[in-house]
Write a protein that binds this ligand. Structure first.
Ligand code: SF4
Ligand code: SF4
Length: 267
């Protein structure tokens, strides 16, 4: 199972896609477009690609985690800018492998599979692919956060009494509601650092795990704690815990009420 490039979705998380201080869609898109346009004019040789990568890195946006590498060879694979991927891969260059010119080497890029490949079941992967087809930005955020996806699906199942299956996504309104639920990963206070969910950048730029300290807040643990932690709702990250908790409940309700039920009552 490869989750990186699927029929409908694409991901660039491990190439550093989300490692920039300004994390909104427009900023991420702008950086991908800048790289794609610059590399389109570069001869397909290691010397030229290496020089282009160095030049792109100079003007790159400020990273959120300085210790985590950002590869300037990640860009858009299609003219419509719907699919993110490696512009140095032989399939993108027309034959020559230029991945040695990036922040790793071709062997590392080829061999690396993030932990989601081991953790996600084929059913979960297919479901995510269908739910987020065409949305590389949200797909990359969710495919790399298995606890979030599972907590969301469990939250829907707890309300409907039925497991969410791939066939349920054939229903347009439910697909839209599930997508909106998964988009909780993007619904954070402006300027907050919550997009990385259960992690925050430490003083040395290394990711630090985060747990919501309900005791310090004088609050009971939320029934949606796992989802809230994954979306970075910890108030110390600059987010409004109560508002996000209400939003989680609202979107779970929305998905549950759109859940398709057969006329016979069978699920
Ligand atoms: S983060 Fe995982 S799914 Fe995404 S491109 Fe890397 S290996 Fe593939
Ligand atoms: S060269 Fe490697 S790290 Fe860079 S974009 Fe390609 S796959 Fe990602």
């Amino acid at each position: 199972m490869r989750l990186c490039q699927t029929a409908g979705a694409s991901c660039g998380a491990c190439c550093g896609l989300y490692n920039q201080r300004e994390l909104g869609r427009p900023a991420l898109r702008a950086e991908l477009t800048r790289r794609t346009r610059a590399l389109a004019r570069v001869p397909r040789t290691p010397e030229a690609f290496r020089a282009a990568a160095a030049s792109l890195a100079v003007d790159a946006p400020e990273p959120l985690f300085p210790s985590v590498r950002i590869c300037p060879l990640l860009g858009f694979l299609d003219a419509g800018e719907t699919r993110v991927g490696c512009l140095a891969h032989p399939r993108a260059t027309g034959g020559v492998d230029l991945r040695d010119c990036g922040v790793y080497d071709a062997e590392t890029c080829d061999a690396f599979l993030c932990p989601s490949h081991a953790w996600l079941s084929p059913d979960e992967a297919a479901l995510l692919d269908r739910a987020l087809a065409g949305d590389f930005h949200l797909y990359g955020l969710v495919v790399t956060d298995v606890p979030f996806l599972r907590a969301v699906l469990a939250g829907v199942a707890a309300r409907t009494g039925a497991k969410v299956e791939l066939r349920h996504l054939e229903d347009g309104p439910f697909r839209t509601a599930l997508r909106r639920l998964l988009a909780l990963k993007e619904e954070l206070a402006p300027g907050s650092e919550g997009l990385f969910g259960a992690f925050r950048p430490g003083h040395d730029g290394e990711p630090v795990p985060r747990r919501i300290d309900y005791g310090a807040l004088g609050a009971e643990q939320s029934p949606y704690d796992e989802i809230l932690t994954c979306v970075g709702a910890d108030p110390r990250s600059g987010n409004d815990l109560e508002a996000l908790e209400a939003e989680v409940a609202r979107r779970l309700d929305g998905a549950a009420s759109a859940f398709p039920r057969p006329p016979s009552g069978r699920r």
